[in-house]
Design a protein around this ligand. Structure first.
Ligand code: P1T
Length: 379
């Protein structure tokens, strides 16, 4: 089955009682049993819920995995992965991560005895320098938030396999339409479903997809034991959003290209970070592992103070100034003040999150209107 057909049909079946084509919102906390332990496969909605099951099966199919697991947020999905580890274990993580992921690793799990190495992975070989007998997981974001770094998933996975280390990929910026890490050798793919999968800026949710039964069992154990699960209404909204994922992503990519090329030729713009530009340092890797280059773009305003960058963010009218991304509407974000404020300033400077850096989530409006909006704001 091709991607667009899977988006609409995979894991989705007409409801048995009425034939309803849309998966019902099973708004129930529990299920009646005929006799203790004699039930229909559903005991309690933290553990199983039919609306959530349908979404989990759909996501597993989209990522070419076998098991999907949904969580109350992207961060709780990442939290579940780390909870399969134990004190003393080490994680090698890419150094440009969503600020909340960095905070979760650096402020919460570090305190509980796990060790994290945050490193540049654009040259996959560099992970070798941090592998030791305690290394249990390599975690990466590609393209990364907000610097749009591209990491060679297959190359990292192949090094990890030599040492029996798991690889987790945060696939939020690409979506499964553009990139499927499990097919490149990763063991776990993670999404902030809040973004492109949901697609309409109305849900907070996370997901994991794996292709290994035992790993799926471990993660399902944490999902049920920690209990950070989404409600059925949110699962319904995401199932609806996914039905147009392929159409939305095509439009995001087209508009992303138009905006990146416009910015690259603008005298007030110093640097544009978008994997589709031939001068992106890992453009060739992006071309090989992604179907297209997406709608996320960061750029540095030339010779600008923090205040000038803030003014551009404020002056944009169609791009809404907001945290988040991946919705049909275009958004602008100032990473240093907003999404990446929890990354210490020194670290921000080192990875390129300057005070003059602006991040755009290019939506699916008419591109001419988006370019005019940038023209007036930059002017
Ligand atoms: O917000 P939540 O659903 O918990 O997802 C966290 C998360 C994880 N990974 C990536 C790559 C992300 O971008 C995010 C959330 N990011 C934003 C809110 C943002 O504006 O960057």
């Amino acid at each position: 089955m091709k991607f667009g057909t899977k988006a609409i049909h995979a894991g989705v079946h007409p409801e048995e009682v009425t034939g309803a084509i849309m998966t019902p919102i099973f708004q129930t906390s529990t299920y009646v049993q005929a006799s203790p332990g004699d039930h229909k496969g559903f005991e309690y909605s933290r553990t199983q819920n039919p609306t959530r099951d349908t979404l989990q099966n759909n996501l597993a199919a989209l990522e070419d995995g076998t098991h999907g697991l949904c969580f109350a947020s992207g961060l709780s999905a990442i939290d579940a992965v780390i909870k399969t580890l134990k004190s003393g274990d080490e994680v090698i993580a890419s150094n440009d991560l969503y600020g909340g992921t960095f905070r979760l690793y650096n402020k919460i799990f570090s305190k509980l005895g796990l060790k994290f190495h945050f490193i540049a992975m654009e040259d996959a070989e560099s992970v070798r320098n941090y592998i030791n007998e305690n290394t249990k997981l390599i975690w990466l974001e590609t393209p990364s938030n907000p610097m749009m770094n591209v990491i060679d998933i297959a190359a990292v996975a192949s090094i990890a396999k030599e040492h029996g280390i798991l690889v987790g990929v945060d696939n939020t910026f690409a979506s499964p339409y553009l990139q499927r890490p499990l097919t490149l050798g990763a063991d776990i793919v993670m999404h902030s479903v809040t973004k492109y999968l949901g697609g309409h800026s109305d849900v907070i949710m996370g997901a994991l997809v794996v292709k290994d039964e035992e790993l799926a069992e471990q993660l399902a154990f944490v999902q049920n034991s920690s209990g950070a699960v989404p409600g059925p209404m949110d699962c319904f909204l995401v199932l609806r959003g996914i039905k147009t994922l392929h159409l939305r992503m095509k439009a995001h990519c087209e508009n992303g290209k138009a905006v990146a090329e416009y910015l690259q030729n603008h005298p007030k713009v110093d640097k544009v970070y978008w994997p589709g530009l031939p001068d992106h340092p890992n453009h060739d890797v992006a071309k090989a592992q992604m179907a297209d280059f997406g709608g996320m773009i960061s750029f540095v305003v030339a010779d600008a103070s923090k205040e000038e960058a803030i003014r551009i963010c404020e002056n944009l009218k169609i791009f809404s100034l907001a945290e988040s991304l991946g919705g049909v509407e275009s958004m602008v974000n100032h990473p240093a003040i907003m999404t990446h404020a929890s990354v210490p300033e020194e670290e921000r400077q080192r990875i390129g999150i300057l005070d003059s850096l602006i991040r755009l989530s290019v939506g699916i409006e008419d591109s001419e209107d988006l370019l005019s909006d940038l023209e007036q704001a930059l002017g």
